[in-house]
Design a protein around this ligand. Structure first.
Ligand code: ATP
Length: 459
């Protein structure tokens, strides 16, 4: 029998040499099993790994084996987290890891702090290969990668903005880490607005502003986070403009991150604002359902653990904006699991309120009746109210009807049977309509925006 397993190791070595970090992490985090002479499987810890392996690598893996082996090898990719946990680490290590998974989460967080490189303030954890791409961030991600390998060129400065906890700092630091990896002697500084202001103020107090100026003007790359924190520090922003000019004329890359676009920044040196407005400005949006699910899988993968898929989906459905909250929810779940030695399912999570501090609050509709909801939805889509009760099944009407049914189920406090009476339908049609919208929302469809707009019109 041929040594198929050996070929797998050879494949891993080749792919490691190619420096495909994501591939290496995904493939090494999976288990290769030879099942019969001409049958093998790649067992993964989650759908994220399985999907990517199937999509991006299975073809190459099959070609590689077909070149090596005399017979065609049938290779399947499947998900079995427990199997992976058991086979990937020695038994004692596995026991230790699962017993201390909660600590691991903390360890991972402290690691985030401890690994920071003193000179640059960068934290090694924030890399491109552990950043999940989705529709919300794909352009920013591509631009960030481009900037880190082509610094000081056409995207200088690069300006990124977006709301809380959606990966701005992660990408900013990934730019620095990746650039330093290729240029280990480069001078890079990552700092946030308040750190920059404090350093400037203390250089004035110590009567050494020249040292401060020299330090920043001699950089190869400046990564300034939370720029909005300089809004109340006009003098510092003037100083930043000087540094900006020096770095710009030396073609040194600058990346700025803020919670708002340049035009909304107040009390910032106007010449600086003007320059920002001419830069490459991109925003990161909150991640959609699939991206949130992939982030959860990735975070668990980093922690060498896994949790029930339904619980992951439950988290992804209910934490819609802030990825930091997703990390908190994972920590909360693992603490309960490890301290109480139970594996809560979705129902238990709900009963125990494990995620109550992390879930995104649903917009509140004050005293919304089914009638009001129907009126707002009809106005929004420009249809007659009577269409909701009619038998008209044209796509547009059916969609509006489903949205009205969904909102009535979520917000009117009426039972499905009562709602059914108002839509001239039985309770099973109401459940069908409601679930159809829920499924679409899960898949990150545009309906999410439409529903939010309707809700804000009602409330
Ligand atoms: N797409 C993603 N893939 C992987 N991890 C992510 C992603 N987006 C956010 N995170 C993680 O979420 C956490 C919060 O992200 P980050 O600190 O970058 O947010 P931020 O947008 O800078 O927020 P703030 O404005 O509050 O500083 C980090 O631990 C980061 O690794």
């Amino acid at each position: 029998m041929e040594d198929i397993k050996q070929y797998w190791n050879e494949f891993l070595n080749i792919i490691s040499e190619d420096d495909e970090f994501t591939a290496v992490a995904l493939l090494k985090g999976s288990v290769f099993v030879v099942e019969e002479d001409n049958k093998a499987a790649i067992v993964c810890s989650g759908d994220f790994a399985a999907t990517h392996i199937k999509k991006d690598f299975l073809g190459r893996i099959k070609d590689f084996f077909n070149d090596k082996c005399s017979n065609n090898i049938d290779i399947d990719v499947r998900v079995d987290a427990d199997f992976v946990n058991e086979h990937l680490m020695p038994e004692e290590e596995y026991q230790e890891k699962s017993e201390t998974a909660n600590n691991n989460v903390e360890v991972s967080n402290t690691t985030k702090k401890e690994v920071s490189n003193n000179k640059s303030n960068l934290n090694d954890y924030f890399r491109f290969d552990n950043f999940i791409q989705g529709n919300n961030n794909k352009y920013v991600f591509e631009a960030a990668k481009y900037v880190s390998s082509n610094p000081g060129k056409e995207y200088n400065p690069f300006y990124v903005y977006g709301s809380v906890g959606i990966g701005k700092t992660h990408l900013l630091q990934a730019i620095g880490n990746s650039y330093l990896e290729a240029n280990p002697n480069a001078k890079v500084i990552y700092i946030d607005g308040s750190g920059f202001r404090d350093e400037y103020v203390s250089s004035l107090q110590n009567k050494k502003p020249e040292v401060f100026k020299r330090k920043y003007k001699s950089l190869d790359m400046l990564l300034l986070d939370d720029l909005q924190l300089l809004e109340s520090a006009q003098e510092t922003s003037k100083e930043l403009f000087e540094i900006f000019q020096a770095l710009d004329s030396a073609a040194k890359q600058m990346v700025f991150v803020s919670d708002k676009p340049p035009k909304e920044l107040r009390n910032i040196e106007s010449r600086l604002k003007n320059r920002f407005e001419k830069s490459l400005i991109l925003s990161i949006e909150p991640p959609q359902y699939e991206t949130r699910l992939a982030i959860i899988e990735r975070k668990l993968f980093d922690l060498h653990t896994s949790i029930d898929e339904e619980v992951m989906k439950y988290m992804a459905e209910n934490i819609t904006t802030d990825v930091r909250k997703i990390e908190g929810a994972i920590r909360a779940y693992l603490s309960v699991r490890d301290l109480m030695k139970i594996t809560p399912d979705v129902e238990q999570c709900e009963k125990m309120g494990i995620f109550k501090d992390y879930f995104t609050n649903k917009p509140k509709l004050k005293n919304a009746t089914v009638k009001e909801i129907k009126k707002m939805v009809a106005d929004y889509y420009g249809i007659e109210m009577s269409s909701f009760e009619s038998t008209d099944r044209t796509k547009f009407i059916a969609k509006a009807r489903h949205v009205a049914i969904y909102l009535s189920c979520e917000y009117s406090k009426k039972s499905v049977t009562e709602i059914g009476l108002e839509f001239n339908r039985d309770h099973s049609s109401i459940i069908h309509g409601r679930d159809k919208v829920k499924d679409e929302l899960r898949s990150g469809s545009h309906l999410f925006t439409e529903i939010n707009e309707i809700i804000s019109n009602i409330s």
